[in-house]
Design a protein around this ligand. Sequence first.
Ligand code: PMP
Length: 359
Amino acid sequence: MRVYNFSAGPAVLPEEVILDVQKNLFDYQGNGLSVMEMSHRSATYQKIIDDATAAMKRIMGLGDAYEVLFLHGGASTQFLNIAMNFCPADKVANYIDTGTWSTKAWKEAKKIGKKVHIAATSADKDFTYIPKTWELSENPAYLHITSNNTIRGTEWKIDPETPADVPLIADLSSNFLSKPQDFTKYDVMYGGAQKNIGPAGCAFVIIKKTMIDKIQPGLPTMIDYRTHIEKGSMFNTPPAFTIYVIGEVLKFIEANGGLVEMEKRNIEKANYLYNIFDNSDFYNGTVVPEDRSLMNIPFLLPTPELEKKFIAEATANNMIGLKGHRSVGGCRASVYNSQKIESAKALAEFMLEFEKNNK
Ligand code: PMP
């Protein structure tokens, strides 16, 4: 029996994908071996990564103006790579700080000696909202945002505008491909696969070709994005199996109506929970309504004891992953693309029942 999995990542994957991977696990499409054992230099594997790249571009509405990379090291390694590749010594790396992940991103830039400017922050209200205005420094190298704060449950509802000569860079880890977006507004996009598009072990990095000339000279080989662009993400052995599963998840997204349908489902799922917050003084959402995430939904119960009881009873009812991030406590339900509508409905019903019994 499968559980209702509300984990923030690694997270739920489409059942169809898991079953298809299982079917092909021992013998991938009659090749006589699994993808785990296959040379990444084989024609069969080349087609797997090419297909994943093409699907990613189709879903995002990107043409040949962008490069898609699949790299090791997760999103966290990109905090460093972004600053090293795109912030020259005489320019200033600009960040909008919406909590934990964007904080880590700018701290990493600072740590390697880059000049950093916080163009806006929501720290004044404990990162419970997304700043609506920001002020760039002089001579900005780029503006970096985190499109969805996985821990706090805030989400950008717009794609911020920057002056034409200021690249927009985004960590899209936790709401990637969850809604239609004009991705061409972004110059560099990256994130960990393990929330919306696959298992852990791989970061996607999508770079507008006009950014390639801005890459700093003299970078160590593995940090220099040109290395990976020139070698099609295969300078060294890529996270081959994860990329294969990502490709299968991308097929699932396309076969299920693309980003328009993903957003429709995501709104329906999130509304099950947000409607409860709005009609209850037992469950309290922690985010200002206009910035609520469709992906990660944090909430508090009246006491920490009740939260403990809630999580224990949810687990007994087959619902896992509801504990809030260790840095903020409380509860959190993550309802990424692959989360079925029935899971969100089941959780909402459980929450109402729990409230009735514990009020
Ligand atoms: N950015 C965001 C928004 C995240 O949610 C996470 C992980 N939860 C990260 C970055 C870090 O990702 P990774 O674990 O792949 O380094």
